[in-house]
Design a protein around this ligand. Structure first.
Ligand SMILES: NC(=O)c1ccc[n+]([C@@H]2O[C@H](COP(=O)([O-])OP(=O)(O)OC[C@H]3O[C@@H](n4cnc5c(N)ncnc54)[C@H](O)[C@@H]3O)[C@@H](O)[C@H]2O)c1
Length: 368
């Protein structure tokens, strides 16, 4: 069957990553269009990646009959509208994390895609990262006995684009941005069990002048099986991006360091031209990563999604996955606001964004 023809919405950080990922799986898909509001950005992105068509209005891309599947790499607050419009236009949707801002949006996105008969695929690349996939295979084989604790941490010095720091556009801080990976990871690693409760301790430790959002958090998920997920999220770790897991069972354990553990520990007094993600400098000790997209699982993720569109595979990460994460995000912010653990299900109505449950705990209290 032919390659899946993909349109990318957005033309910056994650858009580059998706375009690169698709190039690494040329037998399954190709990017045929990009849409981004700034004409020069869209055009230069298209040129850089050899994409035939560039639009400034995403609705034009949605009218492009060649596009079968879109990849949303726009700011969080736009995910729901873009998904619903894409579904109405008959396009399959790959939506970047987090799925959206509210549970109502998540439900509307799932509903719109179901009604239109298109797939809603939730882009959580950690489900495809080879090191983490290997750890899960070992766990599923029983190598660690009964796994009772899974930890995931994602930490860096803070996001590159201004909108992440504006909670109206992002919906929250480090938990919304990075914690969503850990929530999805722990749930997936343990076989997608029912979630019993969530506890989160969060604060704005460093970036008070820049954001209303949390920049440091520890979140605990209690699963109905008794297993625990522990997630560390931080925008306060200079020195480069860090993504690690630890897995503990009664018969064994494993550790994986996705980035610095797949890097060349390098010392340079003069620096070098190769960017090290979220590192302010390449002088001194740094950890340049090799095969970064592959180690993260982006090409494998896009290959899987393209194969799902062709009916060759069944989605392992879909709109429902994003909704599970969304509910835990609500519970995490409510927990931080109230200083207590939150039992699930927890689906307060009428919340504008998850962080409101931290900043105005009375709203969280009213939902209990
Ligand atoms: N999976 C991951 O590891 C990962 C990594 C980074 C970002 N992300 C997610 O990807 C999304 C984008 O993040 P980013 O880092 O690329 O942000 P960014 O600021 O680098 O890029 C955002 C892009 O969206 C474009 N945009 C804004 N409004 C638009 C519209 N109406 N239509 C089309 N494009 C529009 C902007 O012009 C820009 O090109 C976010 O949801 C973020 O959480 C995921």
């Amino acid at each position: 069957m032919s390659k899946v023809r993909i349109g990318i919405l957005g033309s910056r950080f994650q858009a580059d990553c998706i375009a690169g990922a698709v190039k690494a799986m040329p037998e399954e898909g190709e990017v045929v269009a990009v849409a981004s509001p700034t004409k020069a950005h869209a055009a230069s992105f298209a040129k850089r990646h050899g994409i035939p068509r560039a639009y400034t209005d995403y609705r034009e891309l949605l009218r492009d009959p060649e596009v079968e599947m879109i990849s949303i790499t726009a700011p969080n607050r736009l995910h729901a509208q873009l998904t619903i419009d894409a579904a109405k236009a008959g396009k399959h949707v790959v939506c970047e994390k987090p799925l959206c801002l509210t549970i109502e949006e998540a439900d509307a996105m799932i509903d719109a895609c179901r009604k239109a008969g298109v797939l809603l695929l939730y882009a959580e690349e950690l489900f495809f990262a080879p090191k983490y996939v290997k750890a899960k295979q070992l766990a599923d084989e029983g190598a660690f006995g009964r796994v009772h604790l899974v930890k995931q941490g994602e930490k860096h010095s803070g996001p590159h684009s201004e909108w992440f720091w504006d909670v109206e556009q992002s919906g929250g801080g480090a938990v919304m941005d990075l914690g969503c990976h850990g929530i999805a990871f722990c749930w997936w690693f343990l076989g997608k069990p029912k979630i019993k409760s969530v506890y989160s301790q969060m604060a704005t430790q460093v970036h008070q002048a820049r954001t209303q959002g949390d920049d440091e958090a520890v979140t605990l998920i209690e699963f109905a099986t008794g297993a625990i997920g522990l997630i560390e999220s931080s925008w306060n770790r200079p020195g480069g991006m860090d993504d690690c897991i630890e897995v503990f069972g009664d018969k064994g354990q494993t550790y994986a360091d996705l980035l610095m553990g797949n890097a060349l520990p390098t010392y340079s007094e003069v620096g070098f031209g190769y960017a090290v993600e979220k590192a302010a400098t390449t002088r001194g000790w740094t950890y340049p990563v090799f095969e970064e997209h592959w180690n993260y699982g982006f090409p494998q993720e896009m290959r899987h999604f393209a194969r799902c569109v062709r009916g060759k595979e069944t989605p392992i990460s879909d709109g429902e996955t994003g909704r599970v994460v969304q509910e835990v995000l609500y519970a995490a912010y409510a927990s931080a606001g109230l200083g207590r653990k939150i039992m699930l299900p927890f689906c307060p109505k009428g919340i504008q964004k998850p962080i409101d449950l931290w900043k105005t705990p009375e709203r969280a209290q009213a939902a209990l």
